[in-house]
Design a protein around this ligand. Structure first.
Ligand code: NAP
Length: 320
């Protein structure tokens, strides 16, 4: 089969399409024919060598795929060849024609969703769900600010929060992004590139502040986030690309909390609960992954450049 291989860390160009042996499922494993693979920012950090995760080389990137089961190993009970599935983590990497997974890394793909949408679930929806519910312990009726709502995690968070009965404020950096955020269910959308947009957030929350902030760029926003919170508010740091100085007193005055979140810290039980809950939303149509752009697998380097550029509009996926 064809697969992207990274032999040494570096820029997007270190990803090369090569021919490798087809994976064979061992006991408890599933091989999925990949129809689409999701591109996540974390794939670029690992490829560049700036993540704490240092996979053995050569390495095939990709946690998320949508596709069809091709073969199952002994003891696999939940899947059979031909089943429509998506992956959330893999053994062999999703940027390939075939991907090897443990059975628990494979999930049923709702009939309502395309394969490209299936490739947009694992990391983004997992991160949004664990942040809103697992970390912030958000409850219906609260106000949530999705700070960076136009990308993979942000659009998922907006849909989840809206479906969960929250008042949702989302931010984006382009008109197209703002339109998407409103379409996906935000009650209000604000441009994070405009001066003083935070003042509008305070106004929109009736001066009380927001209960939960799901933060995609903490190194830029965390200090101001602390001022935007209501008493006992929670900021969940989902994304951060550098350092920032904050005044810890801002957390004391409101009993507020800054909560880190890495999906990689989830236990198998947590992940099974998260993806089990999400499928209800996919079947009901309240959760609809947004595929912004598709690139052929051969253009994985272009897709990696694109995912790091401003102007997000949902997910970027690769088509083998
Ligand atoms: P993405 O699709 O590339 O989206 C990036 C988002 O950040 C867009 O909505 C973008 O808006 C927004 N953004 C840009 N400048 C911003 C600013 N000044 N303030 C607030 N938001 C801003 O990426 P993603 O997949 O959604 O991931 C978002 C972040 O979370 C990334 O840093 C990623 O590494 C991280 N992440 C972490 C986990 C975890 O487990 N902790 C899991 C998944 C993702 P515009 O493009 O419209 O400006």
């Amino acid at each position: 089969m064809k697969a992207i291989l990274v032999r040494d860390t570096g820029g997007p160009e270190v990803m090369k399409l090569e021919t490798v042996p087809d994976p064979k499922p061992g006991p408890g494993q599933v091989v999925v024919k990949v129809e689409a693979a999701g591109v996540n920012p974390v794939d670029t950090y690992i490829r560049a060598g700036i993540s704490y995760r240092k996979p053995d080389m050569p390495w095939t990137p990709g946690y998320d795929a949508g596709g069809v089961v091709k073969a199952v190993g002994s003891g696999v009970k939940s899947y059979k060849p031909g089943d429509r599935v998506y992956t959330a983590r893999t053994v062999s990497g999703a940027y390939a024609e075939l991907v090897l997974c443990e059975e628990h890394q494979v999930h049923r793909l709702s009939d309502k969703l395309t394969f490209a949408q299936g490739a947009s679930i694992g990391v983004p929806y997992g991160a949004a769900h664990r942040s809103l519910y697992g970390r912030a312990k958000g409850v219906r009726g609260e106000t949530v600010l999705v700070h960076g709502a136009s990308g993979g995690v942000g659009t998922a968070a907006v849909q989840l929060a809206r479906a969960g009965g929250f008042t949702v404020i989302g931010t984006a950096g382009t008109d197209e992004g703002l339109a998407l955020v409103l379409k996906e269910g935000a009650h209000h959308a604000l441009n994070h590139r405009e001066p003083d947009y935070e003042k509008k957030i305070a106004e929109l929350s009736g001066g009380r502040g927001v209960n939960v902030i799901l933060e995609m760029l903490a190194n830029v926003n965390l200090r101001r986030d602390l001022d935007l919170l209501a008493p006992r508010g929670r900021v969940v740091v989902i994304g951060s690309r550098g350092a920032i100085e904050i005044d810890p007193r801002a957390t004391m005055t409101k009993d507020s909390a800054i909560l880190g979140m890495s999906l990689m810290n989830s236990s198998a039980e947590e992940l099974s609960e998260i993806y089990g809950d999400l499928v209800k939303g996919f079947d009901a149509g309240t959760l609809r992954p947004i595929v912004g752009r598709k690139f052929p697998l051969t253009e994985a380097p272009k897709a990696h450049a694109a995912v790091m550029e401003p102007g997000a509009r949902g997910k970027i996926v690769l088509i083998p």
